[in-house]
Design a protein around this ligand. Structure first.
Ligand SMILES: [Fe+2]
Length: 644
């Protein structure tokens, strides 16, 4: 449909402008043309899309502006998952504040906008109630725009189940474009299962189970392939016919999703399928394809992918694990550019992709897309990390931006998840938890045993999670799995970050006070945390005291746990305090990640790499035998008596 035809259909030339008050608030973020960015702590908390007060959009008339999407209306006709689309703009009265939003579904102004406020009930519902997927200012690629009134913008679209249109906030709505098969199975995410010989694969499609049967076709590379079934999940917007509340075990009600997740941020998440590939042989390369068998018997296929299965539990082989937190997402076409929301995200993603042949599993320990209730952003994130997640197990933890919401059963009060309450995270990503609404779990990878905590739920002594953590530590056979790792989102150990320093705690209050006795008793080698967006390595420590003077090579009994903050995955960096924290060994205000390499059951290499170049900036090794693990350290063994 051409621009002109669309305009004829609606009979008027549409001018959509933002309410003046919106311009005022937008000015806080950008001085147009100069790309000024804010650098305070609030920046990382605010989804760029939240700056658009879409409810306040109004219509006006003009004959002097137009917007047109150049090129074919059907995208991905050769099976591509993404396409670049050029948009031509003309405006006889251009301004620095003109901008273009990408909307999906394309007929975004047909969204149902229920009146919410008393004013809206009295004077009518808003014209628009759906946020764009992304947006750019008209002058983004052409500083002469305000002089000439003409420009082009390029947008990178991913296939995310709907068609697209481009709205010129000064000029109207473009012709529509769509992918050849908007329902295509996409963005596979591998995750370790509940035992070493299970790999799970989760993906997104537009096919519900009454339309097609989802499955995975898989097997050894180059050999006969078999088929395994997949289960299907989705989630819904809260509305009148769905009360939208689920009851937690402790009788606390949580809204299914709050605002903006159930208002301007809502977008249909499609259908999420998970298949369990079982009875895997250790260290084998498998190929797999996602399929949907339609009611007429034909099959819609994805591309073919491959992965290497996990080693047998405790088995010695070269094993390489990457750990980091707080990555966020970033648009390759520069959209949402003014907020510089997670400036290191693509750098981390691309550096990991380059080194994927040397990585066996990835742990992203919370704060994934920072969608904060703008559900479409989960698609953008799953697409961004797909080159990683489709090849190696991608294990996540839950962060405040996934889970925290007022009166919803989360440990903290706050609105960090934008009303998501953990629902998108626990639906879109599989973790081998007993109950994915509680995000703690154990995972094995050869000589590694991981215990992943959920800082958004109570971890304190006596809690359900505390019992799990102890049981998880106790279940590691340290003869075969010497490398026992704890990881969770918020810093439960030690951090020299300035806000923890101001609190005087150098940690999330009540963190180590409750957990250090477990770390010590079970001789946990390393504890990893995110939430703080920088890198810091702490000495082997117990009760605030360094227990080992070594910094580059640990041999024999370590005596304490090495704490690491590795939250520089991509979100805006956090500053360190100027206070001299004596337990801190290495600090870095930059984007990066940790890589652990276990060579065998007595030698491990720890490396901190920067995202910008993939090079090592901090490292140490541990050499240790089983007898060292058995040796008693302070408070680390049960009290004994001489009684016989
Ligand atoms: Fe966080």
């Amino acid at each position: 449909m051409s621009n002109q035809l669309y305009l004829l259909l609606i009979g008027i030339f549409v001018l959509i402008t933002l309410n003046k008050s919106v311009h005022v608030s937008a000015q806080k973020y950008i001085s147009l043309g100069k790309q000024k960015h804010r650098h305070d702590d609030m920046q990382q908390m605010e989804q760029p899309l939240s700056a658009i007060q879409i409810h306040k959009t109004v219509l006006a008339l003009t004959k002097s502006a137009s917007i047109h999407a150049v090129g074919p209306r059907i995208l991905g006709s050769e099976g591509e998952d993404f396409e670049w689309v050029t948009i031509n703009l003309r405006n006889a009265n251009p301004t620095d504040e003109d901008w273009v939003g990408v909307f999906s579904p394309a007929k975004f102004n047909e969204s149902i906008c229920p009146p919410v406020t008393i004013d809206e009930q009295q004077f009518g519902a808003p014209f628009l109630c759906t946020a764009p997927l992304k947006f750019k200012y008209a002058n983004y690629q052409n500083a002469n725009y305000t002089a000439t009134g003409r420009t082009s913008l390029k947008f990178r679209l991913i296939n995310q189940r709907g068609d697209f249109s481009f709205a010129f906030f000064s000029g109207g709505v473009s012709n529509f474009v769509a992918f050849a098969n908007p329902k295509a199975p996409l963005y596979p995410r591998l995750a370790l299962g509940k035992s070493w010989d299970i790999m799970t694969v989760t993906w997104t499609s537009g096919y519900n189970i009454d339309e097609a049967v989802p499955f995975v076709e898989w097997g050894w590379k180059g050999q006969e392939q078999k088929r395994s079934p997949a289960g299907t999940l989705t989630f819904h917007r809260n509305n009148e016919d769905k009360v939208g509340e689920v009851k937690l075990l402790n009788n606390v009600m949580r809204p299914f999703i709050g605002t903006p997740a159930r208002s301007v941020g809502w977008r249909n998440p499609g259908f999420i399928h998970t298949s369990f590939l079982k009875d895997l042989w250790p260290n084998m390369v498998y190929t797999y394809k996602l399929g949907h068998m339609l009611n007429n018997g034909s099959i819609v296929w994805s591309k073919q992918y491959s992965f290497k299965s996990a080693p047998f539990q405790g088995q010695e082989s070269l094993q390489r694990i990457v750990i980091f937190g707080d990555m966020g997402k970033q648009e390759r076409d520069g959209s949402n550019e003014y907020a510089n929301y997670q400036p290191g995200s693509l750098m981390t993603t691309d550096t990991l992709i380059k080194d994927l042949d040397n990585i066996d599993a990835v742990f992203l320990i919370g704060d994934l897309p920072y969608a904060n209730g703008y559900i479409s952003q989960w698609d953008q994130f799953t697409a961004q990390v797909e080159p990683i997640t489709s090849r190696v197990p991608f294990m996540i933890a839950s962060g405040n931006h996934e889970r925290t919401w007022e009166n919803s059963g989360s440990l903290y009060t706050g609105i960090d998840s934008g009303g998501e309450c953990g629902v998108p995270a626990e639906t879109l990503y599989y973790v081998p938890a007993e109950n994915r609404a509680k995000f703690w779990y154990a995972a094995d990878y050869g000589m590694f045993h991981f215990c992943i905590g959920d800082t958004e739920h109570d971890w304190r002594e006596g809690s359900e999670q505390y019992k799990f953590i102890e049981q998880c530590f106790a279940s590691a056979n340290r003869h075969k799995q010497p490398w026992l790792i704890f990881a969770a989102h918020r810093v439960l150990g030690y951090s020299s970050n300035d806000w923890y320093a101001k609190e005087g705690s150098f940690e999330e209050p009540m963190g180590r006070e409750h957990l250090q006795k477990l770390w010590q008793k079970y001789k946990v080698d390393m504890a990893f945390f995110g939430h703080v967006h920088n890198y810091e390595r702490v000495c082997p420590i117990y009760q605030n005291q360094c227990v080992n003077k070594e910094t580059s090579h640990y041999s024999g009994v370590v005596n304490g746990t090495i704490h690491v903050v590795v939250g520089g995955g991509g979100s805006n960096l956090n500053r360190f305090t100027t206070i001299n924290t004596t337990w801190s060994v290495f600090k870095d205000y930059d984007y990066g990640f940790v890589k652990l390499t276990a060579f065998d059951q007595s030698s491990l290499l720890f490396e901190y790499k920067k995202s910008k170049d993939g090079k090592v900036y901090d490292s140490f090794t541990i050499s240790r035998d089983y007898k060292d693990v058995l040796a008693c350290v302070h408070d680390g063994c049960e009290p004994t008596t001489l009684a016989s």
